[in-house]
Write a protein that binds this ligand. Structure first.
Ligand code: FCB
Length: 505
């Protein structure tokens, strides 16, 4: 006979002397009542063995040294240097000066108990104009960084494209130009050749949806009480048809990069995307609403995750876009759907809540979108609608829809209005509440058997938060941008303890 007990039941039984054994690792308890010995499944709060506890950053947001050692300009240099685009006129020219301070930063990560680090490589540091002769000094920097990480016992997880396209390629049409996909694949293959002796995981592209849609048209994001418009570099305002073609080129570039990494990387090198999943979360967890949310998630991700993981655009997407749908060939779809080793997802919030509509069964129109209540809690950022269950449903749907063998949470975190007190303390209680509640949901997915292998907290340290500049502090480590002094926040202690125990506590 087997019965499920809650933690409280078990505590009571233990107090009454009837609990005869509890395995901390399996969560299986043996309960003895008279002659009747039963097994209770007690939910543990543990993550899988060998779990990657990482933190994340990106090149433009931390490196600085924007024109040093042969680096060419990127579209973010251009965009940030254009008055009016970034709050307070901030730029990433110096940012965290990580280019010169990477050793200190790696040591800080080690102290925080991280065993993995997701960073990005600045394409224009390697190929100043996007193609042509590689720049040895640029490559050197990443070689030194990777060596430093490996020596500290931190697994390097580089992303090849976190939005800083070489300006020279933008001048030729950027992602609107199909040639950019080839240039990207060549650069990806070059990096795999140079780093895969020490790097075993590569992410191709970060957040397709953000840099494509927000960068090439601008996007309205649903928030409590309405929507919020977000635009990013290069700040274009393309038509729907043009935008769809850029979307297609981005996923094609990803697929070509996957193939280039396979061709040039050492055997066993793993590769996958890091996409911000457009997640539909069931408002109520009943089978019909869960199904509706799963269908909505597949459709909402049609131009990015879905086509990468299925090798085809959904009928719903092609129908909805009509004459504006992207132009593509079957061969291109095959490349886009190249087999992956893992799926990386950035998860901050539910994009929408849904319930089943009356017409459940039809592919489109089978879910009802539920608007966020006016008083729905949010974090410091207007766009960061609180919804910890997103970190359960996102990996859960990636597994149920696409049978992913390995899933990494490539970003999750929040900004806070952090202030230094008592000289050198930052009591970011809001960030700790956020992390604990989200990680509890991630652990729930893991306990369900979802193959979640890594979690990367955004961000290692405060940095240049795109159009918000330095005013949005996402770090576990506080940075004084005048002095470059780094100070771990209370949340860094939380992270360290969570990683140490491999348990959400
Ligand atoms: C994501 C970006 C990352 C950072 C966080 C807050 O969209 O990938 O660079 O800005 O948001």
């Amino acid at each position: 006979m087997s019965k499920h007990f809650t933690r409280r039941n078990v505590a009571k039984l233990a107090a009454a002397g009837t609990l005869v054994g509890l395995s901390e690792t399996t969560g299986v308890a043996q309960i003895s009542q008279g002659t009747d010995t039963r097994t209770a499944h007690v939910p543990t709060r543990e993550f899988s063995k060998g779990f990657y506890w990482g933190t994340a950053t990106s090149s433009y947001q931390i490196e600085g040294a924007w024109n040093e050692d042969g680096k060419g300009p990127s579209i973010w240099d251009t965009y940030a240097h254009t008055p009016g685009n970034i709050q307070n006129g901030d730029t990433g020219d110096v940012a965290n000066d990580h280019y010169h301070r990477y050793k200190e930063d790696v040591a800080l990560m080690k102290n925080m108990g991280a065993n993995a680090y997701r960073f990005s490589i600045a394409w224009p540091r390697i190929f100043a104009n996007g193609t042509g002769q590689p720049n040895p000094k640029g490559l050197d920097f990443y070689n030194r960084l990777v060596d430093e990480l490996v020596a500290a016992g931190i697994a390097p997880f580089p992303t090849l494209y976190h939005w800083d396209l070489p300006q020279a390629l933008q001048d030729k049409g950027g992602w609107q130009n199909r040639d950019t996909t080839k240039a990207f694949a060549d650069y990806a293959g070059y990096m795999a050749d140079k780093l895969s002796d020490r790097v075993h995981h590569f992410f191709t592209i970060n957040e397709f949806r953000s840099f494509v849609d927000m960068g090439h048209q601008g996007m309205d994001v649903p928030i409590s009480g309405g929507t919020m418009h977000i635009a990013l570099a290069p700040g274009l305002k393309l038509s729907r048809r043009e935008l769809n073609q850029v979307r297609h080129h981005a996923v094609l570039g990803h697929g070509m990069a996957v193939q280039a990494i396979r061709a040039k990387g050492r055997a066993g090198t793993k590769v996958g995307p890091a996409e911000v999943i457009e997640l539909a979360v069931p408002l109520i967890e009943a089978p019909e609403h869960i199904k509706a949310a799963e269908i909505a998630t597949r459709e909402r991700n049609a131009p990015f995750l879905t086509v990468m993981l299925e090798g085809k655009y959904t009928d719903g997407y092609l129908k909805e876009q009509g004459a504006d749908a992207p132009k593509f060939t079957d061969d291109e779809l095959k490349i886009i759907g190249s087999p992956l080793d893992f799926v990386g997802i950035n998860v901050y919030r539910p994009l929408i809540y849904v319930l089943a509509s009356d017409q459940l069964g039809q592919v489109s129109g089978s879910w009802r979108e539920i608007p966020f209540a006016k008083g729905h809690p949010k974090m410091f950022n207007q766009w960061l609608t609180l919804g910890p269950e997103a970190l359960y449903w996102a990996p859960k749907f990636v597994q149920s829809l696409w049978k992913a063998k390995e899933i990494h949470i490539t970003e999750n975190g929040c900004a806070s209005d952090d202030v230094l007190v008592d000289g050198d303390k930052i009591y970011d209680t809001d960030r700790i509440v956020f992390l604990r509640s989200y990680l509890t949901q991630l652990q729930r997915a893991s306990a369900d058997g979802v193959p979640v292998m890594g979690y990367f907290q955004w961000s290692t340290m405060d940095n240049f938060e795109w159009t918000s500049g330095f005013g949005n502090r996402f770090g576990l480590i506080h940075v004084d941008f005048k002095t470059q002094k780094r100070t771990p926040k209370s949340s860094a202690l939380f992270f360290r303890e969570t990683a140490r125990q491999n348990v959400v506590a």
